[in-house]
Design a protein around this ligand. Structure first.
Ligand code: EPU
Length: 346
């Protein structure tokens, strides 16, 4: 079924809670519905949203917003014994899928528990947390091609997945393909991934048998302590990407930090296989004094400074963007690093 609305209020459809409207809003609940939508005739631009958890609407949306309610989770029976292939509709809330997998005792998405958003967007954005990216468990992404008006599918190898990036974000094809469902390769064989930060210690401290459900429980606890609940305080999760810099640049930052904070001070960083270094943006933002700072209705979250929050629920896009610009300028001045937003500005 296709539902169409005009001048639709989007406040509840973006986790930042920006009070904006869409000129046209279309919601559909089956793969077949896509064939009945006249894409050529839609008011432009066309934006397909998922959970609206990685967007910053900068104004009312002048075109058409589409949303999928394709909601199914289905085990495919043609899987080899150790791998379990699961087909999941694009409109399924990603964490509902993680919950389902944990209950089925299936390994693969437990580390991605409690990330806001929906399955279709997860495959576009390559969501990631605690050492796992969704591309690690994706096998095939099924789409509708809105230009050639046909159903197509892409194997994971062809989707150029990178850090929060995929071929779907390539400007030449952005918006052309609508994800209808994703086939994930999960496993019944234990495959715990506990190398990120203090995850292993936290899981061991729980003292129970190692299962996807246990890891999921521990991760949800960690995330709840660090990240704001969208229902309580609007945000889009991490606002910035973690920058990757050269080893020389990192050495300069480390020397300056030790001079300022003491010779024993340890700068958080991850050495990457190609010799470059990833430095947590959260650390730099904190070092610039932004942690917990309020600016009008917007603020830098006090428990995780990578997150900008709609502190009062009344923030205008301009307030969020103003804060973003000032953070970028101060990180540039102190570290000579240009932060880039992870959140899509619409
Ligand atoms: N840090 C600080 N001060 C703080 C918080 C963190 O200095 O107040 C430093 C610490 O050194 C910490 C490091 O930043 O070790 C990294 O922090 P964290 O483990 O919380 O992860 P992150 O790099 O800030 C990324 C993802 C998150 C994901 C976490 C956990 C990005 C942009 N963000 O954040 O993803 O949940 O790792 O894997 O890659 C999201 O995309 O919306 C998101 C929340």
């Amino acid at each position: 079924m296709i539902k169409t609305a005009y001048y639709q209020d989007l406040t509840k459809m973006n986790t930042f809670g920006m009070k904006v409207k869409a000129r046209c809003f279309i919601e559909y609940d089956s793969v077949a519905d896509l064939v009945d939508i006249e894409f050529e005739e839609l008011a432009r631009p066309v934006l397909h949203i998922g959970g609206g958890s990685n967007l910053l609407f900068t104004d009312d949306f002048k075109g058409t917003v589409l949303h999928s309610k394709i909601n199914f989770i289905e085990i495919l029976d043609d899987a080899p014994a150790e791998t379990v292939l699961v087909s999941v509709g694009a409109g399924v809330v990603f964490d509902d899928f993680c919950d389902w997998a944990a209950k089925e005792g299936l390994w693969g998405v437990e580390n991605l528990s409690y990330i806001p958003g929906e399955v279709g967007a997860s495959a576009v954005q390559n969501i990631g947390a605690y050492g796992v990216e969704v591309k690690d468990v994706i096998k095939t992404v099924y789409c509708y091609d809105t230009i050639d008006e046909e159903f197509v599918n892409f194997d994971v190898e062809d989707l150029e997945y990178g850090y929060r990036d995929s071929a779907f974000k390539n400007p030449e094809i952005k918006g052309r393909y609508i994800v209808t469902h994703v086939v994930f390769a999960l496993s019944r064989t234990p495959q715990p991934k506990l190398d990120y930060g203090h995850l292993k210690a936290a899981v061991e401290a729980a003292g129970a048998e190692l299962t996807p459900a246990l890891i999921r429980k521990v991760i949800i606890k960690i995330r709840k302590e660090k990240l704001p609940e969208p229902s309580v305080m609007g945000s889009a999760g991490s606002f910035f990407k973690n920058p990757v810099i050269t080893a020389e640049h990192y050495a300069r930052i480390e020397a300056a930090a030790k001079a300022e904070l003491g010779a024993d001070y340890k700068v958080p960083h991850y050495d990457l296989p190609d010799g470059t270094v990833k430095v947590p943006a959260a650390w730099m933002i904190e070092q610039c004094g932004w942690k917990g700072k309020r600016s009008g209705n917007a603020a830098v979250y006090d428990k995780q400074p990578l997150v900008i929050v709609n502190y009062t629920g009344e923030a205008y896009p301009e307030e969020i963007i103003g804060l973003e610009k000032r953070i970028i300028a101060s990180v540039k001045a102190k570290f000579d690093i240009e932060l880039h937003p992870e959140v899509d500005h619409i």
